[in-house]
Design a protein around this ligand. Structure first.
Ligand code: PMP
Length: 349
């Protein structure tokens, strides 16, 4: 650390490893499928104009997202990954008098954003079965951020529970992080509630369900006043936060809903297979509404199993928090990758 650093106590987020060697990569919840050809073509077309700045308003992409979600463009703001949109949300809506609450086991970036922007926060323990006790958030009187489905558990709350949390906290903001909602079935998203409730912000990403993790594209849907506040932060930081290749990729991706629906169906099918095969091998596996499963071996510790899988060419994630030390988060890859995982687990036990 240099003597100039003003944030010596900041513990940054640790991203999952992006290995150079060829491993079966089940550690960062990417899609095993490539983007569709039309997205690749749109990116190469946009490359011809890289001498120009990108559209700071993301006009075409916001219009396409608005039409996809049945809202207006002023209900949407774009982020360089949903991480950026979440960061802007903590910056915009958090403060000494505006604390946040979130579960003790959830996306590890929330406490980092809170620390970065000096936002006080409280962690609410998940129940012993690792589900979110939604009643704990009813009328809590603080800003709330919930991943739905939650990560790394994969368990989703029904929209009725979200609505109850939103209506019981009218003077606080509720942020629902829907990074994995496309894998949860049509009825889980809280986006339709955003037209009714001015204190609800839904954050989504193209990283997982649109096969575009490397493009870095996220967005939020909400009431126009909330979105205007996020735009104020965005324009105070980097108005060109979405590069022109990514803007083109996102708009083209929204024209390929059939392709993605097929991918999601395949992933959810492989997820069912994975859950049953892992259970047959003796692992405890939580139900999942996401593109990953959360599993625990009957005899081998989390860190040991992580190491044993890595030695055999399979990369998964152990989040390291004491309460979930023995659990591994395993991305649902292509079926043949999962077959290799089952075979390796069979060999290890
Ligand atoms: N929210 C959750 C719950 C996540 O797991 C992730 C992925 N690490 C993100 C948000 C951020 O994803 P991205 O920045 O790629 O949109």
């Amino acid at each position: 650390m240099s003597k100039f650093f003003t944030k010596p106590n900041l513990t940054p987020y640790t991203p999952g490893e992006q290995p150079r060697e060829k491993l079966i990569k089940l550690n960062t919840n990417e899609s095993p499928f490539p983007p569709p050809q039309s997205v690749i073509d749109a990116v190469s077309g946009a490359a011809r104009s890289l001498n120009l700045y990108s559209d700071p308003q993301g006009t075409n992409l916001r219009a396409a997202l608005a039409s996809y979600h049945g809202v207006a463009p002023e209900n949407i703001t774009l982020g360089n990954g949903s991480d950026e949109t979440l960061a802007f949300s903590f910056a915009a809506f958090g403060g000494a008098e505006r604390p946040f609450v979130f579960p003790d086991i959830t996306y590890g970036f929330y406490p980092v954003f809170a620390a970065l922007f000096n936002v006080p926060y409280t962690e609410i323990p998940l129940r012993s079965d690792l589900t979110v006790a939604s009643r704990d958030y009813v009328g809590i009187g603080k800003n709330i951020v919930l991943a739905n489905p939650n990560a790394p558990t994969g368990i989703a709350l029904p929209p009725g529970d979200i609505e109850q949390i939103v209506t019981s906290n009218p003077d606080n903001l509720v942020i629902i992080d829907e990074a994995y909602a496309d894998f949860a079935g049509a009825d889980v998203s809280a986006v339709p509630l955003t037209s009714t409730y001015s204190n609800l912000l839904v954050v989504r990403t193209f990283s997982k369900s649109r096969n575009l993790a490397g493009a870095r594209l996220g967005y939020a849907v909400g009431n126009a006043a909330l979105i205007a506040d996020l735009e104020t932060i965005r324009y105070s930081f980097n108005p060109y936060n979405i590069n022109s290749l990514t803007l083109a990729a996102g708009a083209a991706a929204l024209e390929e809903n059939d392709y993605y629906a097929q991918n999601w169906a395949e992933i959810t099918q492989t997820r069912s297979l994975t859950i049953s095969r892992l259970r047959t091998l003796g692992l405890t596996v939580l139900p999942s509404s996401a593109n990953f499963v959360f599993a625990k071996h009957p005899t081998i510790s989390g860190p040991d199993l992580l190491a044993k899988l890595r030695e055999r060419g399979i990369l998964v994630r152990n989040l390291g928090q004491p309460r979930i030390r023995d659990w591994l988060r395993i991305t649902i890859g292509a079926e043949e990758q999962m077959e290799t995982l089952f075979n390796v687990l069979e060999e290890i036990k």
